[in-house]
Design a protein around this ligand. Structure first.
Ligand SMILES: C[C@@](CO)(OP(=O)(O)O)[C@H](O)COP(=O)(O)OP(=O)(O)OC[C@H]1O[C@@H](n2ccc(N)nc2=O)[C@H](O)[C@@H]1O
Ligand SMILES: Nc1ncnc2c1ncn2[C@@H]1O[C@H](COP(=O)(O)OP(=O)(O)O)[C@@H](O)[C@H]1O
Length: 314
């Protein structure tokens, strides 16, 4: 990121309050390469946005105020560590203004669930504050701020489907040729993303391999998976789903094995841990099959479909 962008261009009129809808994601491919000297892992991360949304509202205030509502809101920090608050501060700093805003997060995305809820809120806060403060920041500027805030944040801004390379922040949009129907089986309590990556590394070393980027190939997208997405072919997508963090997540949360088995027994085409977990995603043949599976699973479960648009002002 270069120097501060200077005075706010005020290319747009400030608005009184703005609400932005932001989607959750599932990783249909998560190939994890080695750990880099900066501590991050090289990825081939195929993101698919799903129609399960947080809403971030930015309203005028003096100073930065943060509130949240939703079932899992106890796990959401309401201080300066909240990713939405960090996004507002980063945008204000970039344009040399004060981060005067009341951010309210209406949370539906599971917290620490592997569905990028915090990243969604960060992208939502950027778009909402950009409008509230009348900045009109170029898209490239917003994407650069997103990448500084977290590896998954750029995808929350763009939505749809995309291949994320590097640590997941370097995006190439992917074509999606149809609607995919999912059920998300929610777990009680989250998993820490860094801890899951550490467990993945530990398993690699315990298996006699290396966990270092210098020793492992740079991950690439799976052509069969990319073709299945483009064709809208749920059976082929189900066959191609892969997640290198799954063994680590199940190792840390052994109950996930039973959840995966329950979904498959309940008629899912395929099941996979979503990102670092512990949410489990089941791909279904139709919307009605997804509703039936959601009702049959023993855990709390949400049906949702893909693709979904990225951060959208309402
Ligand atoms: C695993 C994934 C899959 O999309 O997401 P979740 O399933 O947790 O939502 C992502 O890689 C998470 O991205 P995000 O949650 O943005 O992570 P960041 O804030 O950038 O990094 C948090 C920590 O995760 C680890 N990390 C993250 C990304 C990456 N490519 N390699 C890593 O090793 C590092 O330990 C880092 O300090
Ligand atoms: N806006 C936010 N919503 C949820 N969690 C947040 C937020 N800001 C910061 N966090 C912190 O980030 C952690 C990871 O949250 P989240 O993004 O929901 O999970 P994941 O990385 O598994 O997708 C949470 O445990 C919480 O401490």
């Amino acid at each position: 990121m270069g120097p501060a962008a200077g005075p706010v261009p005020r290319s747009r009129k400030p608005v009184s309050a703005v609400t932005v809808r932001v989607p959750a994601k599932v990783n249909v491919q998560l190939t994890v390469g080695g750990r880099r000297p900066d501590g991050f892992h090289d990825l081939a991360n195929v993101f698919l946005a799903v129609g399960l949304y947080d809403h971030v509202t930015a309203a005028p205030a003096e100073g930065l105020r943060l509130t949240a509502e939703g079932r899992d809101v106890a796990g959401v920090p309401l201080d300066g560590t909240n990713l939405a608050a960090r996004a507002a501060v980063a945008l204000a700093k970039r344009y040399g203004i004060e981060p005067d805003v009341h951010l309210h997060i209406a949370k539906a995305i599971p917290v620490a669930g592997g569905m990028a809820g915090g990243s969604a809120d960060a992208a939502g806060a950027l778009v909402a504050c950009d409008a509230l403060w009348g900045i009109g920041a170029p898209r490239e500027e917003l994407l650069a701020l997103c990448a500084e805030l977290g590896s998954d944040v750029p995808f929350s801004l763009v939505g749809g489907a995309a291949l994320g390379l590097g640590r997941g922040e370097r995006l190439t949009p992917l074509e999606v040729g149809g609607e995919f129907h999912w059920v998300f089986a929610l777990a009680e309590g989250g998993l820490s993303t860094p801890e899951v990556y550490r467990e993945c590394d530990r398993l690699r070393r315990a298996g006699g391999g290396s966990d270092l980027a210098a020793d492992l190939p740079v991950p690439v997208a799976d052509p069969a998976l990319v073709a299945a997405l483009a064709a809208g072919d749920a059976v082929a997508l189900g066959a191609a789903l892969s997640n290198d963090l799954q063994a680590a997540a199940v190792g840390l949360r052994p109950g996930l094995a039973a959840t995966l088995a329950a979904g498959r027994a309940g008629g899912a085409l395929a099941g996979i841990v979503s990102g670092s977990g512990p949410t489990v995603a089941f791909l279904c043949a139709s919307a009605s099959a997804a509703s039936a599976l959601a009702a049959a699973l023993p855990t709390r479960a949400h049906p949702a479909s893909s693709p979904a648009p990225g951060a959208t002002p309402l």
